[in-house]
Design a protein around this ligand. Structure first.
Ligand code: DC
Length: 224
């Protein structure tokens, strides 16, 4: 395995924005593992599978599937699905199918194979706990539900969409419960991960807090 900087945290904590910036700074590759889960879920959904499908049915499809993340784009059997996976629906199905063992087993090897080829900044839900337990640096990036709701609302209104704050908050809470409450590889902070609480911080402030951790720099007596 090459060097991996592993970042976990709940949906909307700002992991992808900051992971991309760190990767660019260090000249590492960026791995968005949520995109892999979204692509797999899209594939299963397109083939008519759902939450009631058996493990055997899911495993049989995945045995004939190739998913890859290259240069910021995600490919499903060589089809670029990077834009299609960004919908709220795709996020929902990714969260649903990611509770399933065949999906996790399949993506575990995709993720570890990627780290054999290049240095990575990898972000997701189980980077620090399951996929890369020996990562070079481990970060748990958090933010309150209200802060994540605020960021999501800004993002959607920025794209010209109408938003319902209540609905967004409900979706965030549901997603947190599913991602943290599942039996296999639930989202949680690894004992040896550094906690970065990003509520109220700008992207530059989060970036510098994480770069301090990576560079082992203590600020005002504590490692941020
Ligand atoms: O980070 P995201 O919103 O794109 O992730 C979509 C879903 O994929 C997330 O709700 C749970 C799942 N996921 C996971 O289970 N493990 C990961 N390492 C990354 C994502």
């Amino acid at each position: 395995m090459r060097k991996v900087i592993a970042i976990d945290g709940p949906s909307g904590a700002g992991k992808s924005t900051v992971a991309k910036l760190i990767a660019a700074k260090l000249n590492y590759d960026y791995l968005d593992t949520g995109a892999l889960y979204r692509a797999v879920a899209l594939h299963l959904k397109r083939l008519g599978l759902d939450a009631n499908s058996t493990d055997q049915a899911i495993a049989s499809v995945l045995g004939k599937t190739e998913v890859a993340f290259r240069n910021g784009r995600v490919y499903l059997n060589n089809e670029d699905v990077s834009d299609e996976i960004r919908s709220t629906d795709a996020g929902h199905y990714a969260s649903v199918f990611s509770t399933r063992k065949p999906v996790r087993d399949y993506l575990l090897s995709v993720q570890r194979d990627t780290a054999e080829q290049t240095n990575l900044v990898a972000e997701g839900r189980d980077m620090t706990t399951i996929v890369f337990p020996d990562a070079y640096k481990k970060i748990y990036l958090d933010a309150t539900v209200d802060e994540r709701m605020r960021r999501r609302t800004l993002e959607l209104t920025g794209r010209g969409q109408e938003v319902d704050d209540h609905k967004i908050k409900k979706e965030i809470i549901e997603r947190d419960m599913r991602d943290s409450g599942r039996d296999i590889a639930p989202l949680k902070k690894a004992d040896d991960a550094h906690l970065v609480e990003s509520t109220g911080l700008s992207i530059q402030e989060v970036l510098s807090a994480i770069m301090n951790i990576i560079n082992d720099i203590s600020v005002q007596g504590k490692t941020l």
